[in-house]
Design a protein around this ligand. Sequence first.
Ligand SMILES: Cc1cc2nc3c(=O)[nH]c(=O)nc-3n(C[C@H](O)[C@H](O)[C@H](O)COP(=O)(O)OP(=O)(O)OC[C@H]3O[C@@H](n4cnc5c(N)ncnc54)[C@H](O)[C@@H]3O)c2cc1C
Length: 445
Amino acid sequence: MFKKFLKNTSLASRVSFSSIASNSYSGPKAFKVLCVGAGSGGISAASFFADKLQDKQVGIIEPSQMHYQQPMWTLVGGGMKSFNETRARMADVIPKKATWIQNSVASIEPQNNFVVLSDGSVIKYEHLILAPGIQLDFQAIEGLSESLGKDGVCTVYSDKYVEKTWEFIKNFKKGGKAIFTMPSTPIKCPGAPQKIAYLAENWFRDLKTRETSTLSYYTGIGKIFGIDKYADSMWEVSKSRNIDVNLLHDLVSVDPISKVATFKILGSGPDAGKHVKKEYDFLHVTPKMKPVDFLKNSSVVNAAGFVDVNNGTLQHNKYDNVYAIGDCNSAPTSKTAAAACVQAYVVKNNLFNKITNNTNFSPLSYNGYTSCPLITGKDSVVLAEFSGYSGKPIETFFYNQARESKFSYWMTADVLPQVYWNMLTAGKWNGPLKIRKFLNPLNIN
Ligand SMILES: Cc1cc2nc3c(=O)[nH]c(=O)nc-3n(C[C@H](O)[C@H](O)[C@H](O)COP(=O)(O)OP(=O)(O)OC[C@H]3O[C@@H](n4cnc5c(N)ncnc54)[C@H](O)[C@@H]3O)c2cc1C
């Protein structure tokens, strides 16, 4: 019944695909709050401020016609959801009280409180919230751009190739060598590169090609997962699925003619720096990622190219009317939508009180919370929830979330997508803090 209610109220299912937003921008003016990017973090903050402030005080700069619920893409690539369920027209998620400027930011002038768009126009602000995400860097792996979408090479990280991933998995009817990669750069959702391996493995068993196939996971980092409690589980899961895990192997090139993937061995071991070549029949690549272009040469980023914010307040370390949430910022935690919406909560609370000159409030401080539902099969999930700052689990439920669980799968595949469309995009989902206080008050992890 709950499931039916959630389905019926889903924003994605209500999308008409016929109308485009009309709240267009005309002329220079300073927005009270200007959001750059209307992805998971940006839309959460923008919707809140549009609701709280007067009409047209909130501006949103966002070039895309579509809003994507990217966390569901692993399930799309793994044949458990349709791509349509993961997207909505941007016009339908952008709050009507805000002004949508359908353009890209090309540069930023934080000293003068304005940004410049790709057409040269200038947009001024009183308070700026940066949320342009992180960009996929296909060019960083030689041969990848030419290979994607053909002969078994795919990725769930891109709207263009996520459906191809499922096509290649379901047509893996002869079996063969399947390879899954994770790069050495920071990425969004560091769990997804292995989640898709477990889903594929499950399907290969159903297709009866598991016996004639080998599955290998190559990661550019030195751990199977950053947090020990969940890493221990993932070692067990990979072992039980007979997936060969190779740490510190960074994909550097793909040769689509000979169907060979080349990895560079990282670290300080005896083989460090060497290249190893592996043949593949199916290759799921997680591309390297990098900060978006307009941030690269700006004065708001740190040496790594991420917006330099205070870990607690997400406020810029130099420009105090600039905030950054989500994948674009320097907060040392896993980059996920779960993290982005809790970060948005902190900014919403602190900035709104600042704007309304309310000195009688308790400022919130972000604790590094992030979550990664590690899908381990068609009905099981290890629901990792932790602080990237302390490295400690922060679990919402009272059972051991490091164990594979059907309930965790249901939360991931059925509940969270609806929370996303119905609450997060409306600025009303601030993470599971309140639920956790009720369900797991003693913080048993
Ligand atoms: C395959 C996959 C699986 C994932 N699984 C999970 C998961 O299970 N759980 C989870 O919590 N997270 C998951 N994530 C990660 C999650 O989707 C991101 O961390 C989250 O979307 C980050 O939000 P954001 O607002 O920072 O960036 P995004 O949601 O990427 O939004 C950025 C927005 O900025 C816009 N933009 C870009 N450049 C500009 C510019 N120059 N000017 C203006 N606007 C611009 C873009 O068009 C985009 O709309 C997954 C992601 C992928 C791809």
